[in-house]
Design a protein around this ligand. Structure first.
Ligand code: IPM
Ligand code: MG
Length: 375
């Protein structure tokens, strides 16, 4: 029997392409695992009205962790349009399967390293080494949304003197999304960020929030951050407003180290950080819970490149490295990261984003094969 059982979820679009690359590398490393394919994504929404079928949830429960490619998400009405005609007008509402997975398996922590590998021509600077800790189950992603609002809620809201002017807009014209955060959620993500900083010799943890406007949720997060910081005297605790940190990360990214944020701010700031180190082709991510984890590159499904094997597999391969870290396969993790770093440094093999379209770019699989040669 294999040492590990890994759920294998390519998902949509280029998710398949980059997972093909991952398989080449995993096999070359003789990683002792059984891979269990699991259905997820747009195809299953269109055909079955469910992008995350129950059979997939069952598979995940029987595996050690999951590798995931990418997902296509579309707004509500567009999603309904693409449903099988038999399933239309049955009240089915599209939801993002990855967001649901994070909530269902309580994958509370989204770890997103953004490191500039020397030699990458797309680096903003070569001395950037950021790690984003994004809270993964709460915030705007965990809040209720209404359009239109239930009358009771609308009336109760407009009863508040501060909200009275919303009455004039009329129930039919108002949509509401909410941000919800718990002390436990804030504490857990802050503690993990500080713990990581401490154990990895990092200098600082920066909280990215907006407590001057979002007084209750942002205020809670800020108080908890300060409390947790007291347990880590060796790590500097910095605070920044989310808008300001976006500016500072562009001006002086080398000054920052570990960043911590709630769900939506973490979503935004992690794409920004990815942009500093070569873009989404280099950004890996791990959704981590107490007992289970789903590893997925930060990038989306890029439907226009689906099946062409042209996109950069580096984000996916670095995601495999994160899986090795989580499984405590430290030697494999180091070996893989070194091989990826060597390929980037030599710069002879690279996809179109790195080499340019007119410069004979290599394919997704050729990059994976080059990584194998450097292992
Ligand atoms: C990410 C993505 C997802 C998110 C989308 C695909 C739902 O942007 O993982 O960062 O918003 O969390
Ligand atoms: Mg995102």
């Amino acid at each position: 029997m294999a040492k590990y059982k890994i759920a294998w979820m390519p998902g949509d679009g280029v998710g398949n392409d980059v997972m093909d690359a991952a398989k080449i590398v995993l096999d070359a490393m003789n990683f002792d695992a059984e891979y269990v394919p699991a259905d997820i994504g747009w195809e299953f929404w269109c055909k079955e009205g469910d992008p995350l079928p129950q059979r997939t949830i069952d598979i995940l429960k029987q595996t050690d962790c999951a590798l995931f490619g990418a997902i296509t998400s579309k707004p509500r009405d567009e999603a309904h349009e693409e449903l099988d005609p038999e399933l239309k007008d049955k009240g089915l509402v599209y939801f993002s399967p990855i967001v649901k997975l994070r909530q269902l398996f309580n994958l509370h922590t989204n770890l997103r390293p953004c490191k500039a590998f020397p030699g990458n021509p797309l680096n903003y600077r070569d001395d950037i080494d950021l790690v984003v800790f994004r809270e993964n189950t709460e915030g705007m992603y965990g809040g209720v949304e209404w359009f239109p609002l239930p009358e009771k809620v609308y009336d109760a809201m407009c009863d508040n003197p501060k909200m009275i002017h919303w009455k004039e807009k009329g129930l039919e014209n108002v949509a509401l999304s909410t941000r919800i955060m718990s002390k436990q959620g804030c504490e857990s993500i802050c503690r993990q960020a500080f713990n990581y900083a401490k154990t990895h010799g990092r200098k600082s943890v920066t909280l990215c929030e907006k407590p001057n406007v979002l007084r209750e949720t942002g205020g809670l997060m800020t108080r908890v951050f300060r409390d947790v910081a007291k347990d880590f005297p060796g790590v500097e605790a910095w605070e920044a407003n989310i808008d300001a940190i976006c500016m500072w990360l562009i001006k002086n990214p080398q000054d920052y180290d570990v960043l911590v944020a709630e769900n939506m701010f973490g979503d935004i700031v992690s794409d920004l950080c990815a942009g500093l180190v070569g873009g989404l082709g280099f950004a890996s991510a791990a959704n981590i819970g107490d007992e289970y984890a789903v590893f997925e590159p930060t990038h989306g499904s890029a439907p226009k490149y689906d099946g062409q094997h042209v996109v950069n597999p580096t984000a996916m391969l670095l995601t495999v490295k994160l899986m090795f870290d989580w499984l405590k396969e430290d030697e494999m993790a180091a070996k893989l990261e070194n091989a990826i770093a060597t390929v980037i440094k030599e710069g002879t093999v690279g996809t179109y984003d790195v080499k340019g379209r007119d410069n004979n770019p290599d394919s997704t699989l050729e990059v994976a094969e080059e990584v194998v040669r450097k292992l």
